[in-house]
Ligand binder design. Sequence first.
Ligand code: MG
Length: 367
Amino acid sequence: MRVHHVDLVHVPIALREPLRTSQGSHADRVATLVKVTTTDGVVGWGENVAPEGVLYVDESSTQSVASMHHLCEQLRHRDIDVEEMFADSWWSSAGHYFAKHAFESALWDAQARSLGVSVSSLLGGTRSEVMPGVVVGMQDSPDDVARTALRHVAEGYTRVKVKVSPGVDLQILKAVREAIGNNVVLQADANGSYSMDDVETLSQFARFSVQFIEQPFAANDLAGHAELARRIDTPVCLDESVITFANLRDAIDMGACSVVNIKPSRVGGLIDAVRMVNYCEQHGIDAWVGGMLETGIGRASCLALASLPGFTLTPDLSASNRYFERDITEPFGLNHGAIAVPTGPGIGVEPSDWVFAAQSVTKESLF
Ligand code: MG
């Protein structure tokens, strides 16, 4: 496959309600869509989901889009096999994982469309639907969080993840567990806000049957996570700590986690994510697909990934109406608690006409 054109489409899109975490608040974002056109005239779509500001890992949307202007040169005049596009070896420079993922996911879409198959089947997916979970951000009181969680359970979600931080944790877990009952899976995500001083508090999470505590400590503290995992009953899940395959291998070797959140954007692409989930499967580690407030374009490729059998826990891939009044694609809906994995060619969806007509949308050609 050879790339003839690469275009970016920047689409401002507001969230229905801000998502608050221990690191800040997200109220809206600019979805940067990537359109690749191959020399055979096949079009593929991807999405750069780096967040505004540096509220997650060290790559903001502004930096990431700037990186795309440089990285795109490596797509020119080159025979491309998407199965070889590993973030740390295919590209000539390290880092820029959200940017690399945006290009790579568009190329997976183009590759699958050129073959007339879905990205899911091309990746080895076996599920036709996934049972997604919902994330409830921080709110003004534990009761507010519990009410929101209960509303989502009534919509059909069977797993709720709440955001926690020191001092804003046990009351939330208690209120939510009481509201949703014992049949709904409850998870907690700290986004790295705790330290070893908080082990006593974290040990109490088990009282509320929390399935795992996600990223309790700072991203680079694998040894701390390993010690915590030995000292508490609640399983430890890593998110921000696992950027590269080497991070994953080291974390598992050290006993720093028994669960991993695999976001294709954070790890630099779908093929890296596939390699990671296969490694987790071989080592008895639970894995699931995380989300980054993707629009329908990014969500579709995440759903294709989540259809792989190695993912053992529910993904963070809620229906479109959880996030947006109007999604960029046909909306993804919840049907008896499940979201269908697209079966059409490629990622199975495309940007809707309104995206190209909206005055707030800007377009640029990279080459
Ligand atoms: Mg997380």
